[in-house]
Design a protein around this ligand. Sequence first.
Ligand SMILES: [Zn+2]
Length: 154
Amino acid sequence: MKRHSIWLKILRYLWVAPISLGCTPLAALAWATGGHFALHSGVLEIWGGYIGKRLQQGLPMFGRVNAFTLGHVVIGMSPAHLAASRVHERVHVAQFERWGVLFPLVYVIAGWRAQRRGGHAYWDNPYEIAARQAAAQVQQIDLYSLQCDGETKE
Ligand SMILES: [Zn+2]
């Protein structure tokens, strides 16, 4: 890794740090209530316990969610839910890295603009569309790989 890219990566973490660090106590909350946490590809993933139950019950404005990104912290119902939504949530991590602490505001404004156009604040939010498209592309690649593997084995 080149020296300037290391500094760029550090700056991306610092730019989002107020949100990421503010959410790290969620790891203790999850752990104290039967959940767990781990670092995965530079992101703190937290699941289960009170966090998992709360996500299952639903968040205001979002309803029931499998996983939710807060800077370099991703909370999820379970490890399976985190794994299934990892590509989608990593797009949100990249969006946080781009916009920093402003991203929650930018996200809400984008949802509001989508609603003003007659769409849905979540489903028609361009940041959600980008995350869904990235996840769909990976699924297509996975399906293609399975097909190729099948041809090889036959
Ligand atoms: Zn999303």
